[in-house]
Design a protein around this ligand. Structure first.
Ligand code: ZN
Length: 292
């Protein structure tokens, strides 16, 4: 049995998801790695794409992509003709958007600067401090790094945050496994910054895949941007509905999650991913990681 996570949306939202998947499939056709896979699945022609009625019609024909097989650094997975995605607004999950510092490397220009949002690179910590943000949005690993610096007294006058932290993690697995936020890391962020942490899963193109709301009872799936499948072992498979530079179809995340379908206390209707946990690594991969 496979479960597809999606909202009970009206026809327009479903049509939009299907249009987005068609665009990603066309992009995948232009990659070395996917061309043969799509031909074998009968999805390599415009006519085949026209006959699709919903995203699942295409996905069930495609093999799952194992994390060990996938390599984001390999040009065979890339569509060289695709334009870079345009920056989007940050979704702040609690109330109005506070004065926010977003910290990301220069090569990941995923968010728009605006009156309330300023963009920084990780090396611009002094500038970030001078900005006196009410909230910081950054990769989870960077926030933990920053918390350790502040905790060690490296920044004696670190501005007091008022609204929260947004911790980005990638839905795509790294070589050593899926990206997780541990309980200890969340505790450290709370002890140092004294504001709530809201986790957000991002796709490889920086698009929002799932986000934690104020109720903090799992991460709401963003159905316009991704299809998340749950397989027999509860492993999550990720398909991007937005990424045409590096099309990602049914990528096994090496993580399991429980799917919460009941209405969230925050009132938002989308399903939620809860209890995101890493699966044990295959022995071969574990040995490779241990060996560096
Ligand atoms: Zn909620």
């Amino acid at each position: 049995m496979r479960i597809f996570l999606r909202r009970n949306a009206g026809e327009t939202a479903e049509d939009k998801r299907l249009d987005r998947l068609r665009r990603v499939l066309r992009a995948a056709r232009r990659t070395v790695r996917y061309r043969g896979v799509l031909e074998a699945a009968g999805l390599a022609t415009e006519e085949a794409l026209r006959h699709l009625r919903r995203p699942e019609d295409a996905l069930w024909r495609l093999p799952r992509l194992e994390a060990v097989e996938w390599d984001r650094a390999n040009a065979a997975w890339c569509n060289p003709g695709a334009a870079a995605p345009s920056p989007e607004a940050l979704r702040f999950p609690a109330g109005t958007l506070p004065r926010t510092a977003i910290v990301l490397p220069r090569q990941e220009p995923w968010f728009r600067r605006d009156r309330q949002v300023r963009l920084f690179e990780p090396a611009q910590l002094r500038d970030l401090l001078a900005y006196e943000p009410e909230a910081i949005a950054a990769p989870a690993a960077f926030l933990v790094f920053l918390a350790r610096l502040v905790d060690s007294g490296y920044f004696p006058s670190f501005p007091r945050l008022k609204r929260g932290l947004v911790a980005f993690t990638s839905v795509a697995p790294r070589r050593e496994g899926p990206e997780e936020m541990t309980r200890q890391e969340r505790d450290l962020l709370w002890e140092v910054f004294r504001v709530p942490t809201f986790q957000q899963f991002l796709g490889l193109d920086g698009r929002l895949i799932a986000w934690e709301c104020e109720a903090r009872e799992g991460l709401h799936v963003e159905p316009a941007n991704a299809v998340l499948e749950v397989d027999r072992r509860s492993e999550i498979l990720f398909t991007s509905l937005t990424d045409c530079q590096m099309p990602t179809l049914r990528l096994a995340t090496r993580a399991t999650a429980a799917v919460e379908l009941s209405r969230c206390p925050c009132g938002h209707p989308t399903p939620r991913l809860a209890e995101w946990r890493a699966l044990p690594l295959p022995i071969r991969t574990r040995a490779a990681c241990a060996g560096g």
